[in-house]
Each structure stands twice: as structure tokens, then as C-alpha cells.
Ligand binder design. Sequence first.
Ligand code: EPZ
Length: 432
Amino acid sequence: MTKYVIRGGNPLHGEVDISGAKNAAVAILPAALLVDGVCRIENVPEISDVTMILGILRDLGAKVTMINRTTVELDCSRVYKQNVPYELARQIRASYYLIGALLGRFGRAEVPPPGGCDLGVRPIDQHLKGFAAMGTRIQVENGFIHAAAPNGRPHGAQVYLDVVSVGATMNILLAAALADGLTIIENAAKEPHIVDLANFLNSMGADVMGAGTDVIKVRGVSRLRGGTYSIIPDQIEAGTYMTAVAAAGGEVRINNIIPKHLDCITAKLVEMGVDIEEEGDALIVRRGPGRLSPTNVKTMPYPGFPTDMQPQIAAVLCLAQGTSILNEGVWDNRYRYADEFRRMGANIQVNGKIAVIEGVDSLTGAPVCACDLRAGAAMIVAGLAAQGTTEIDQIYHIERGYENIVAKLSKLGADIREITIPEEEWRSNGVG
Ligand code: EPZ
């Protein structure tokens, strides 16, 4: 059993380099299945979700070669399987991208429903509706989604998404790249990782237009060729370090980012009194003495405030001077962390999709749990600012999406360690 132990109260100083975007990588790596040739993908984050996707690709028969820590070469020419094993797919949400990618490559796919963070109901009906419009027969049998295009290749179609869905937009894009004819995705999501997937596909010879707007047009091509592509920086990792400085104080230069992607987060932190300066592909984030102002945050699809930053900004709001209101506009159940914050002395009340936070003078360290990936990141943000020691368990959630977080924060002056408790010890303490 491993935990993070944080002794809070140290302001953060120095520079941090942001890694490649998790939610782009987990779609772009499966997209290599569509490519007839070798793809070299750079700026791949070293996180467990990526390890799992690469494991699935290997299982399918792909040749996966790590060129260095963040560059991978994928050769999917010998892939023959069209079915993803249950135990691999269940561990990760993004396994649903294997449906679009296999369907695009072979005209058929067998993939179990995905796993991932527990954020309430997480249907994939919009993905399946898109595949069905493209002529694919969809059946759910024995715990697997079976998708098959009768003519061995999906055809182009007009798909209107009933909800703005990142996953459905990307999955339909994957299925459409080699489809027969024109696919139009209306009410598409506009997140930076959608543009990144479209750019990856276009750099390999696809014909995708309009990514980053709410109408995406994909004209199917007969072949994608190999090439080299570099994944964009992670908007949410950068945002998490911004909130860490906002909570703990100090001055940090956040390198290797696209400032435009962070506008939605920057605007809120500036409103609260954090000083943020843009310098090329970096942001300098400063937080002086004195309490921050409260604010209201509603999460929305991009370019709105990202739901994946909601728990981290909540940690900062717990310390603001006054009352803040959070309105979760994407997921049904993204406040499971509230009980953990209360253990640290926060005053947070949740009613459905609304949370009301009454800021307190200070938080105190406590044993807490990372109940999902971003909630875990929020526990770190709170622990850095708290007085005393915070112990965070279930850190495997955090490791799914944050590369080297302990080393990166330590370099900024944080007192954070990963400790391993021997199995006999935690069993004898009645844990587990
Ligand atoms: C992606 O999830 C991200 N995951 C999530 O990040 C992120 O929270 C979410 O997008 C929103 O930005 C990955 O990219 C792997 P959606 P996804 O489809 O694609 C409803 C993280 O912390 N919906 O955009 O699963 C759904 O219930 C993770 O990195 C349907 O109703 O999210 C939700 O309310 C957590 N039917 C809303 O749409 C569908 O078919 C948005 O979901 C699909 C979605």
C-alpha cells in the first residue's frame, strides 16, 4: 500500500515542466491502429493510463517501441485481433477509443464497456449512436460491445450529438478517418485534445476539418501513412500546478504550456487575486500573503471552466475569504471528495450539482483518500496549504494522470513523499 505524505505550509518556488496531455494521448495512441506505417509519437506522458493503453495495443499485436521516456514508436501493421480483453479494458475509461479505432481499421470491434473514475452515470450512447449512423451494427452481448460494419468499412454519416461529449466526438472521428465518404459531427466537443487528435490524423494524411468548432467534417481517405507527431501539453496538469501555487503561495513558472488552453482557469484565479503573467509558452503564477477572494465557478465543456479542474479549484476556494458556489455542469457525482475536505477542516456543503464553500482561515492535515484522479489532485493541493501532515491513500488514482508529481512538487520546495507501508503492517492495523 503506497501513500503520499505531505507536510503542508511550504510556499512553492521555481519552475515546473508540464507533460503531454493524458486525454489526448489516450486517443492518439489507439489512433495509430488506423495508420499504415510506423507512427512516432512524442511528448507522451509517463502515467499509468498510457501504460494501460500501450498494454492493450501490444495485446492486439502492435509493435510498441519506447525510443525514450516520452517518445514511442507504434507499428500496427501486424495487428490481427479485433477484440480487447475484458480485464484490460475495464481498468481504463479511454478503452472506448478502441471501438472507433478498430472499427475504422477492420470494420469490426469487440470491446468491453469502459472503466474509469466514478463520476456518476457515464453512458456511451452517443458514441454508439454515431457508429450506428455510420452503418455499424451494434450489439451488447456477454459483457462486450460488438460493433460490425456490414461492408467491412463504416460509411460517412451526419451525426448530431445530443450532449456535447468529448469521448463521442473523438470516437466518431476515429471511425470516420478511413470511412467511405463524408462524416459530419454536429454539436461536437471543442476541447484542445479534440483538435490534437484531428491534427494527428491530418498529419498522417486524413482529411478532418473544423476540429475546435462545433461542426467537424471528416472526409474518409483510403490510407493513413506513418509519421511523427508531438502531443500537446496537459491543460489539466498545468491547471493543477496553478491551483497548488494559489493554495500554498509562492511564485512558480509553469513551462511547456499553451496559455490559450488555460484562459478559462487563469481568469478565475485572477478574479480571486492570484497574479498570473504570460511569457511565451509559460505562465508565471504568483500568490502573495493575504487571503484570496471567493468566487463562483460553473463547469462546462471547453472553452468553459473544465470539470477536470473542479476539485482542485474547490481546494483553493476552501481557503478564500467568504462564500463560493460551485456548479458542476458536466458530471452527476463529482463531489465525492467533499467528506475528505471536511476531515481537513473545510466547510463545504453539497446539494446535487451545487456545492457551497465557506472559506476557512486554514486547513489542517488529516488522513484522506484520493477517491478519483482529480479528487486526488485536489487532496494534494489542499495538503500543500494545510497546517500539519496530510496522508493520502489510493494514490493509484493520481498516478493515472500525473507524471512524477512527487518529484515535480519536491523540486518546487514542497515537503511531499511517497511511502510504502508493508502489507503485514496495514493488515495488522485493520486496513484493506
Ligand atoms: C472525458 O470523459 C475525459 N476523459 C474526462 O476526464 C472529462 O471529465 C470529460 O471528458 C469531460 O471533459 C477522457 O478523455 C478519457 P464526455 P468522457 O463524453 O469522454 C454525457 C479526467 O479526470 N454523455 O465528454 O467520458 C456524460 O454522462 C477524466 O481526466 C452522455 O450522456 O466525457 C457527461 O455528463 C474524468 N452520453 C457528459 O456527457 C454519451 O454517450 C460529458 O461526457 C457520452 C457522454
